[in-house]
Structure formats: C-alpha cells, structure tokens
Design a protein around this ligand. Structure first.
Ligand code: HEM
Length: 151
C-alpha cells in the first residue's frame, strides 16, 4: 500500500510540475503569437486548474501526509512538533505547499478569468504563474532532500 501512495504522489507531482513547465516552455511561446492568445490561455488554464489545482493539490497533501507517516513510522502531529532534520525539511515543504495552494487559487480563480480585461492583469497573472512554477521546483528540491533524510 505504501508503494501505491508514493506512486500516486509522484504521478500527481509530475502532473502539477509537468503541466506548469509545459505551459511555460512549450505552449506559451507559441500561443503568445496568436490573436486569441488570452482566450486560449483561459481555456487551457481552466482545464488544467481542475486536474492540477482542484484534484491534484488535495491528493498531493493527503498522499504526502501518508508518505511521511509510512516512511518515518511516526504520527504526523509528532513529526510536526519534532526538530529532526527530516521533520524540519518536511515543515519547509509544507510551508511552500501552503504558499503554492494560495497562489494557485488566486491565479486560477481570480486573476485568470480577469486576464482579458487589461494588460496589467494579464502581466500579473503571468508573473504569479511563473512564481508558482519556481515554488513547485523548490518543493521538488525539498522532496529530493527528504529522500536523503532531510539533510
Ligand atoms: C506541489 C506539491 C508537491 C510536490 C510537487 C511533491 C513532490 C514530491 C516528489 C517528486 C516526491 C518523490 C521524492 C522521492 O521520494 O524521492 C515526493 C515525496 C514525498 N513528499 Fe511530496 N510533493 C508535494 C507535496 C507534499 C506535501 C504537501 C507533503 C506533506 C504533507 C509531502 C510529503 C512528501 C513525503 C514525506 C515524501 C517522501 C520523501 C522521502 O523519500 O522520504 N509532499 N514529493
């Protein structure tokens, strides 16, 4: 069972980071040149936000908590109060996760739908998206640190 939980965690992490990297590196440079670019981004973004933000982020949280318990053999609340290196890195990961959830909700449900209203909102939407990609990569780095015991 613990393998299935980590497997699901990695699949949804791939979907989350992969989707953002794909948009930034592959889709964006092409779509930006098209006349209906904002509308296309809004449509693609809406679909991605259902799978990535609404379904993916809660699954990442639940499977993440279960991973931590399965790997350390400690209760999650005990881990949160622990000063072990593993627990400290896990808490850093959780803080970045919280930040990513707030930015994703703000980006997908507030900024994104208004992006066609002005150039300023469009730019802010893009900047928040890139910041969330960077936070996602930091979370991956912290996941790698956890693999080596959090050191
Ligand atoms: C955007 C959200 C997240 C992403 C992209 C992400 C990514 C990953 C990845 C790629 C791994 C595999 C690393 C490995 O085992 O070698 C992993 C493992 C893990 N994740 Fe996450 N994660 C996210 C959220 C969370 C959350 C919210 C928690 C805790 C509540 C968490 C806890 C863990 C734990 C405990 C492991 C196992 C680390 C180990 O090998 O000891 N993750 N994560």
């Amino acid at each position: 069972m613990k393998e299935i939980i980590l497997f699901l965690h990695i699949v949804f992490a791939s979907l989350w980071i992969g989707g953002m990297l794909f948009m930034a590196i592959v889709l964006s440079p092409y779509v930006k040149k098209l006349p209906l670019s904002t509308k296309i981004f809004q449509e693609v973004g809406r679909r991605y936000s259902i799978v990535g933000t609404v379904i993916g982020l809660p699954i990442l949280f639940i499977t993440g908590v279960l991973n931590a318990v399965n790997i350390t053999g400690m209760e999650f609340t005990v881990l949160l109060n622990s000063s072990l290196e593993y627990a400290t890195t896990l808490k850093e990961k959780l803080m970045f996760f919280l930040l990513t959830v707030i930015l994703a909700v703000f980006h997908d449900f507030y900024l994104g739908p208004k992006a066609n209203l002005s150039q300023k909102i469009k730019l802010i939407t893009r900047i928040v998206g890139v910041i969330n990609l960077i936070i996602g990569l930091i979370i991956i780095f912290l996941a790698v640190k956890l693999r080596f015991g959090g050191v």
